[in-house]
Design a binder for this molecule. Structure first.
Ligand code: FCB
Length: 502
């Protein structure tokens, strides 16, 4: 459904023919390692020399996810997660990589904090591994798991770094998957129990939370495309998981507020502005559908108690929506977390395509990546204006909400030269331009409180394993040595001066 990450080139219809109905949601086919197209964007979209200043107290941070950095997959009583199971299944991850050890942050978190201090950062967005807290997804908390996060939080506070804690970054306890997973309504109740445990354990020191990381990604890639854990490929599972996750978001919000009324609770949504491919009315309609499924599918149930018009009709029975459910999905989020990497170009399928692909009745949209900007090593288009456009649209449509940029970043696989230095000039350019776009959105009225570069470290990039490096710090996965890249040093200067260093 989502124009995503892993597959960035062509959209729905090409893939749809072979795979039947479920492919209507598979968003795009083609290789994620597309040959970089020639760039036709040679000048910056926002000149950094005229960049407005960032507000006082702005949060400069980095982001990570538990499975992507922690390792220690079976230590101290941690239960198996769906990502452990998925990565241990041959053929699922590039090069057979797993997160078993990853960056070993479970043991090396002090080194991670030292890197953040070296960069003068004042915010760290990390996630809690649910199966570390509840190994089988239910019951009392595993004390050793709680201790790990408790120590991490204490050390961050001591370093004057705000912990911004994500409750779920994709690693469901495998036991809950075995009981039906996210398509099973009961999982929302399990999630609420887990949220209560965590807020009791850490809520005296943690004030800022994101409930989910990119629900559209784990619901789509995990249940429809099958490229992420748990690897299901079912339209029904996609529709059911959508609704259970929206319920869990609303109920989780209330559970946290009940334990810690003063906490600030948001959710981190993957967003991309959706531009119509042409000026035609059909393409414009397609772009609005793409916007609904990509950006507001998990936002409007929270803010407005309704699903946006993404599909030609809402299959309520298939989604198992019960009376009063849309009251339960409501959550007046204290801030909207935006993860933003690229834009989407949307168009309506032609008549021939509609006839030849029955699935088009439900989601008649083709989504492509933009082709004008330079590409990262992952094949994602670098398009800073996407950030400006998205932040401004959310600002306009939802009455100037508080926004945090919870992720943005780029994969460039530059390694150390003979002196050990990592000259990743393209990453500096990326963050400089995206930050410049952000500063302009703030100057134009958006209430943005922070920016979190993805990522602190090179880490396990899901189905791509260790083949994509996003870090401001380089990780030598043989020795676990961490080294700040040029981009990390540059980011340190920006954070220290609270403005873009030219
Ligand atoms: C985001 C994910 C994050 C990471 C980056 C590159 O979609 O939230 O875990 O994989 O992409």
């Amino acid at each position: 459904m989502r124009l995503t990450r892993r597959k960035f080139v062509r959209s729905i219809l090409g893939a749809g023919a072979a795979a039947g109905l479920s492919a209507a949601f598979s968003s795009c086919s083609g290789s994620s390692r597309a040959t970089p197209a020639a760039s036709s964007r040679t000048t910056p979209q926002f000149a950094s020399s005229s960049t407005p200043p960032f507000p006082k107290g702005f949060f400069w941070g980095t982001a990570t996810g538990a499975y992507q950095v922690e390792g220690a997959w079976n230590e101290d009583g941690k239960g198996e997660s769906i990502w452990d199971r998925f990565a241990h299944t041959p053929g699922k991850i590039r090069n057979g990589d797993t997160g078993d050890v990853s960056c070993d942050s479970y043991h090396r978190w002090r080194e991670d904090i030292a890197l953040m201090r070296a960069m003068n950062l004042n915010s760290y967005r990390f996630s809690i591994s649910w199966p570390r807290i509840q190994p089988s997804g239910a019951g009392v908390a595993n004390a050793k798991g709680v201790d790990y996060y408790s120590r991490l939080v204490d050390a961050l506070l001591e370093a004057h770094i705000r912990p911004l804690v994500t409750l779920y970054h994709w690693d469901l306890p495998q036991a809950l998957e075995d009981a039906g997973g996210w398509p099973n309504r009961d999982t929302a109740g399990r999630f609420v129990d887990y949220v209560q445990l965590v807020s009791h354990a850490l809520g005296d020191r943690v004030s800022d939370w994101t409930i989910f990381n990119e629900p559209d990604a784990f619901v789509d890639l995990g249940h429809l495309e099958g490229t992420h854990a748990p690897g299901r490929k079912s339209l029904l599972d996609f529709l059911r998981a959508t609704h259970v996750v929206n319920l869990a978001q609303g109920e989780g919000f209330r559970a946290l507020k009940a334990v810690r009324p003063k906490s600030r609770v948001g959710t981190a949504l993957s967003m991309s502005p959706c531009e119509p491919a042409t000026d035609s009315d059909d393409d414009k309609l397609a772009a609005e559908r793409a916007h609904a499924i990509t950006n507001t599918w998990f936002l409007e149930p929270a803010l407005l108690g309704r699903y946006p018009q993404a599909l030609t009709f809402l299959p309520e029975t298939a989604m198992r929506i019960q009376p009063d459910d849309m009251e339960k999905t409501r959550a007046p989020l204290d801030f909207i977390g935006i993860n933003l990497y690229y834009r989407i170009i949307a168009s309506a399928p032609g008549t021939m395509e509609r006839f030849s692909h029955a699935q088009e009745w439900l989601f008649p949209v083709k989504m492509d990546g933009g082709q004008q900007g330079p590409k990262t090593d992952f094949g994602w288009e670098v398009w800073p204006k996407a950030l400006y456009d998205m932040v401004m649209r959310i600002t306009r449509d939802y009455n100037q909400p508080v926004i945090e940029l919870t992720e943005s970043g780029c994969s460039y696989n530059d390694g150390p030269d003979t002196t050990g230095a990592i000259h990743d000039a393209r990453r500096i350019e990326y963050h400089r331009e995206y930050l410049s776009a952000l500063a302009h959105s703030i100057a134009d009225g958006a209430d943005v409180r922070g920016y979190h570069a993805w990522s602190l470290l090179d880490n396990f990039e899901w189905a791509e394993g260790y083949s994509q490096r996003f870090g401001l710090a380089y990780v030598d996965f043989k020795t676990q040595q961490r080294t700040l890249k040029d981009s990390g040093k540059w980011y340190a200067k920006v954070a220290t001066e609270n403005r873009l260093a030219v």
